[in-house]
Design a protein around this ligand. Structure first.
Ligand code: PMV
Length: 309
């Protein structure tokens, strides 16, 4: 039986969320500790193309539910390959938490598009895959910057500016992040819309905040590529102060950020859309366990350690 499989990592935004929607630079890294996986397997002639995601209770036919984002993903891949829908089942599994700022939507789309194009005998390059995922991200988020699809499809750390080719980079030395989940599901679309309302009310203030965030993201890239962890931590804390002014933090995020810092993290901030979801703390390796424990005690529903290379 013919089959094809593709996986895609989760992601973490290190610096620059929200401001990136307004053309400022942002930094994001793939999160290989969690991933989405899609497997396409051949079915009996006449079965049509079925998409099955049991984890989220979705099972649909690409033909009868054509506007569902997963069916749109399949259609874009088929159009790219000038193919008719095959008689096949696309099965999706994912360990990436949903609506938590870890890129679950983009990773699932990337895995489906990647597996289906392999199945059709034409594996996509990262840039083409990223373009397809971006089209689907628009259905989920309205006005996405493109950072999620880029970091997930390139699966490398990226310095990202909207509408520009992404630049990948490498850390001078591995650094350690603790990711703490507030347990509060927070759709990115709502946080992005609320920042837009604020920007429409007071463009001058918001543009200044976005520029300050963008400057931090640009300097942070230098700190990462030169291995200056302490400076990177200070920049995380400064970025968080600006995100607070954009009103995308929350009491739960602040509690976890404070707990991480008190336990010895060199810096901490929310990651992604905010208002809930995950925060990240930068730690020296020897403080990992201590910060993890502090986050759990402060109410994090899930905590994990990720090494960024
Ligand atoms: O919530 P996430 O992880 O999907 O991150 C969204 C990042 C934003 O900058 C808030 C939006 C965007 O499209 O870049």
């Amino acid at each position: 039986m013919k089959t094809a499989t593709a996986t895609a990592p989760g992601k973490i935004i290190l610096f620059g969320e929200h401001a990136v929607v307004y053309g400022r630079p942002a930094l994001a890294v793939p999160l290989h500790d969690v991933c989405a996986k899609a497997t396409v397997s051949e079915k009996m002639p006449g079965s049509g193309l079925i998409i099955d995601a049991p984890d989220i209770g979705v099972r649909l036919s690409a033909e009868t539910a054509p506007t569902h984002p997963l069916a749109v993903t399949a259609r874009l891949v088929l159009e790219h390959n000038s193919c008719q829908p095959p008689d096949a089942l696309i099965r999706i599994e994912s360990t990436i938490p949903i609506a938590a700022g870890l890129g679950s939507g983009a990773a699932v789309t990337a895995a489906v598009a990647g597996a289906l194009s392999k199945y059709l005998g034409n594996a996509l390059d990262s840039a083409t895959l990223s373009d397809i995922v971006f089209e689907v991200e628009k259905l989920h988020h309205g006005t996405p910057s493109g950072i999620d699809n880029t970091v997930i499809c390139f699966a490398r750390p990226v310095y990202f500016v909207k509408s520009m080719p992404p630049e990948t980079f490498k850390a001078a030395m591995p650094f350690h992040l603790i990711v703490g989940d507030t347990g509060v599901a927070s759709p990115t679309k709502l946080a992005v819309a609320s920042v837009r309302e604020g920007w429409e009310r007071d463009r001058l203030t918001y543009e200044r905040l976005f520029s300050a965030i963008g400057e931090i993201a640009a300097s942070a890239r230098q700190a990462i590529t030169s291995g200056d962890i302490d400076r990177l931590g200070e920049m995380m804390t400064a970025n968080q102060a600006l995100l607070r002014q954009l009103d995308v933090s929350s009491p739960e995020l602040e509690r976890l950020i404070e707990a991480a810092r008190t336990a010895g993290a060199v810096g901490a901030k929310l990651s992604g859309g905010g208002r809930g979801g995950n925060m990240i703390a930068l730690v020296h390796h020897e403080d990992t366990d201590h910060v993890e424990t502090a986050l759990k005690q402060a109410g994090a529903v899930r905590v994990f350690h990720s090494t960024i290379q």
